[in-house]
Ligand binder design. Structure first.
Ligand code: PLP
Length: 395
């Protein structure tokens, strides 16, 4: 059996996205800035795509900027919010330690430029507390950036409440919603969001296209200098085929949000229940505030990398945490921020599902993982050392 369970890293393109993309590649090759008919056709399609994306987020079309990826959207939003803050002498930012590197590395850069960043604790469950945010807010706070839903452990933050608190104090609120958009309801008005990043390839659109929502009252400036595209705010000829595919994929995801959520949650819950039966295992992240598709576990006494390779041989594509850090031997910054000891964080496994997965696949995963974990433990010196201090759970 083959199972793709790495949807938090990226998703397969949907038929809808491919169907929207192909004609755009064949026919709509005009530059949307050109005045002739080919240009006008492309521009019209671009206008429609922007309307679709705006509608899915409950935003206005002029508040949507197409970008090259989720990373660019994060970089742009945070850099601009910081610049606007600095203009008013405000150089304090609030975030948390389990953000994606697109956010964390941008914040590091700003710290080098003299900004101060407070990282709110996320506790063992991976959820920020409003009391902590309230205490961290200062006179000179210019930005709060907290992700909607975490890509490694799937925790969903209290975005609406965070947004309300920021709005009350007149502080900009940005959220990296790359793992949320297309998966759970996102409404920039109701959720009190000023700036939001999204990325197409996390909801069945192609890679290399994203968007930034920026509230119209914010005086956004360019991150990428160039032509007058994107209302003069983001130079570069628009990637029409990718943008049209993203709009189509988002529209489809939003139309089936609840139905997909129910399906994916049922698979997720079965996975969690099954994997919890493995001795000396723990499920990472809050059980209650959790995105539909993401399951994260640590298994004591084994290496996550060996587990992944063995699962790959069994036809299961999974991840040890974030795709961006795999390849490095450091344990995930997210698991460490939850207070997990290094040696346990090393034995991590992330399975991320989408509506294309099936219960039969979940059953197959639940057949394979306990077996592979047991075999790896039999060869593990760490596990045999553990057995000196506890009864063997496999006996
Ligand atoms: C994937 C991801 C990103 C980066 O998006 P790209 O389009 O790959 O640049 C940012 N934040 C989160 C939470 C992600 O999961």
């Amino acid at each position: 059996m083959f199972v793709y369970a790495d949807n938090a890293a990226t998703t397969a393109m949907s038929k809808t996205a491919v169907d929207a993309m192909l004609p755009a590649m064949h026919e709509l090759y005009g530059n949307p800035s050109s005045l002739h008919r080919k240009g006008r056709d492309a521009n019209l399609a671009l206008i429609r795509a922007r309307e679709t994306v705006a509608q899915c987020l409950n935003a206005e079309p002029r508040e949507i900027y197409f970008t090259g990826c989720g990373t660019e959207s994060d970089n742009w939003a945070i850099t601009e919010a910081a610049r606007l803050g600095a203009e008013r002498g405000k150089r304090h930012i609030i975030s948390d330690p389990i953000e994606h590197h697109a956010v964390l590395h941008t914040l590091k850069k700003l710290e080098k430029q003299g900004f101060q960043v407070t990282y709110l604790p996320v506790y063992e469950d991976g959820v920020v507390r409003l009391e902590d945010l309230e205490k961290a807010l200062r006179e000179d706070t210019c930005l709060v950036t907290i992700m909607f839903s975490n890509n490694e452990i799937g925790t969903v933050q209290p975005i609406r409440e965070i947004g309300a608190l920021c709005r009350e104090r007149g502080i900009l609120f940005h959220t990296d919603a790359v793992q949320a958009v297309g998966h759970i309801p996102v409404d920039v008005e109701a959720d009190n969001i000023d700036m939001l990043s999204l990325s197409g390839h996390k909801f069945h659109a192609p890679k290399g296209v994203g968007a930034l929502y920026c509230k119209k009252s914010i005086r956004l400036r360019n991150f990428i200098e160039g032509g007058a595209q994107e209302r003069d705010k983001r130079g570069g000829t628009e990637a029409i085929p990718a943008i049209l595919a993203m709009a189509a994929a988002l529209e489809e995801s939003c139309a089936h949000l609840e139905e997909n959520r129910v399906k994916v949650c049922a698979m997720r819950d079965k996975l969690i229940a099954g994997l919890s039966r493995i001795p000396n295992s723990r499920c990472n992240g809050s059980p209650d505030h959790r995105a539909p598709g993401i399951v994260s576990f640590c298994f004591e006494g084994i290496e996550g990398e060996s587990l992944l390779l063995r699962l790959d041989l069994a036809g299961i594509c999974a991840s040890s945490g974030s795709a961006c850090t795999s390849g490095s031997l450091d344990p995930s910054h997210v698991l460490l921020a939850l207070g997990m000891p290094h040696e346990i964080a090393h034995g991590s496994l992330r399975l991320s599902l989408c509506e294309y997965n099936t219960m039969a696949e979940v059953d197959y995963i639940l057949e394979q993982v306990p077996q592979v974990v047991r075999e790896l433990r039999q060869m593990s010196p760490v596990w045999s050392r553990m057995l000196e201090t506890m009864p063997d759970p496999y006996r």
